[in-house]
Design a binder for this molecule. Structure first.
Ligand code: PXP
Length: 403
């Protein structure tokens, strides 16, 4: 791996998109002519950074970034303090240590996003690794800062992509819908989840609605014990369900709007209008180590607000694209989702998508490079009535693989 992102944070930092950081470092390595080199980025808290700062620089307190050139190169470090990057004998550049806590404080002070501040610190650390040093003289400082500016400008005008295909998460709500039709025990969504996982699904999604029309409390508790991949609990931002989520600790939650009379979730959540309540819930989830996704329409304002309230993910609503009545309308809706996915990813959010996806509409969405997971329910459960659940999941996976 040319870039190794190591998190030494006590808890997984819920707001860091490690994949985005990795892609940024890869881009920066190419920009400085070191595409073949390797580098490690270590994310720390202030406590750990304070220890390094004391040990290696005899300075008290934490700092934002420290660079350690690889052992072989550090013997020659004096020679590297030159205005242009030099050829290193080794392709192992070294380690960049970043205190995420300090970065977060600085981001707030500068009124920029955490990811923007992390990018600035990455650039600074990387330039140190290849020999730039602003502490040597005013002239060296000027050279280094102008390089920093140039790299920052180039990364801001470059689209960063994730390279992997999205993963398939199956929503098993409608197995429970069939069960509830007779009020008995079958079919059991817990068993269905196991079948989906064995067929290759990488996640299970359930929506515990306030009216309990399909998924029941018992299902969520059992699924927490049995799901081996990832359990994503869809839920409204209401006190009762928030308490259940905090108790069972799913792998993530997705906040959705919920109306009693709707057949299914109709539109994305209005993050702008619900900012205060969302912030409060996200803080609680964050403290419990539960990442939060917000289901939104593919809209720039909602993305910005989701980032503001501290979400880790957004799930982009694909409903209008799936329901489009003609090709032209579908193209238009597709472009909106594609642009929103890029915007969210580059802002440091992780991106999922879903709603209404079926065996015709999934492949194109799966081709959007920034999307991490697709949440699909109705189409797969409907098809399972004819071909069985195992086969229905595998066919949907084929749709993703074709992208
Ligand atoms: N994502 C969200 C937020 C949803 O509310 C739903 C429906 O429960 C889905 C995805 C899955 O939609 P569908 O059942 O149409 O595949």
């Amino acid at each position: 791996m040319p870039v190794n992102i190591v998190s030494q944070l006590y808890k997984i930092h819920p707001k860091i998109n490690e994949e985005l950081l990795e892609q940024k470092v890869l881009f920066l390595l190419r920009q400085i002519g070191k595409a073949e080199a390797t580098v490690s980025v270590v994310l720390l808290d202030d406590l750990a950074m304070t220890a390094y700062n004391q040990q290696y620089r005899s300075k008290a307190g934490p700092t934002n970034v420290l660079s350690f050139p690889s052992a072989e190169d550090s013997e020659n470090i004096e020679e590297f303090i030159v205005p242009v990057p030099v050829e290193l004998s080794s392709q192992e550049l070294g380690d960049i240590l970043i205190s995420v806590e300090t970065a977060q404080r600085e981001a707030l002070e500068k009124k920029i996003s955490l990811h923007q501040r992390l990018t600035e610190l990455l650039i600074h650390g990387l330039l140190h690794l290849i020999g730039y040093d602003h502490e040597i003289s005013n002239e060296q400082a000027e050279i280094m800062f102008s390089q920093e500016k140039e790299l920052f400008h180039s990364i801001q005008h470059h689209h960063i992509w994730r390279k992997k295909m999205p993963q398939l998460a199956i929503n098993v709500d409608h197995i429970a819908t069939i069960r509830q039709a007779r009020g008995g025990a079958e079919p059991d969504p817990v068993l269905a989840a196991g079948i989906c996982e064995l067929a290759g699904a990488k996640g299970i999604v359930v929506h515990l609605r306030e009216d309990r029309r399909h998924i029941q409390d018992r299902d969520v508790h059992l699924l927490r014990q049995t799901v081996k991949t990832r359990l994503n609990l869809e839920m409204a931002n209401v006190k009762e369900i928030v308490a259940i989520a905090l108790e069972i600790k799913p792998d993530m939650i997705t906040l959705v709007p919920e109306k009693r009379k709707e057949l299914t979730t109709e539109g994305g959540l209005d993050v702008v209008a619900n900012e205060k309540k969302l912030r409060k819930t996200i803080k609680k989830m964050s403290e419990a180590g539960i990442p939060v996704s917000i289901f939104i329409d593919p809209d720039a304002e909602q993305i910005e607000a989701s980032q503001d309230v501290g979400a880790t993910y957004v799930e982009l609503h694909t409903g209008r694209y799936c329901d489009a009545e003609n090709e032209k309308e579908q193209d238009k809706e597709f472009r909106l989702i594609e642009q929103a996915a890029e915007l969210a990813f580059e802002a440091g959010l992780r991106v999922n998508a879903g709603h209404g996806l079926d065996y015709r509409t999934t492949t194109r969405i799966a081709g959007i490079a920034c999307i991490e997971e697709l949440s699909i329910g109705h189409a797969v459960i409907a098809r399972s009535a004819f071909v069985g659940l195992d086969q229905a999941v595998r066919e949907m996976q084929d749709c993703i693989d074709r992208a």
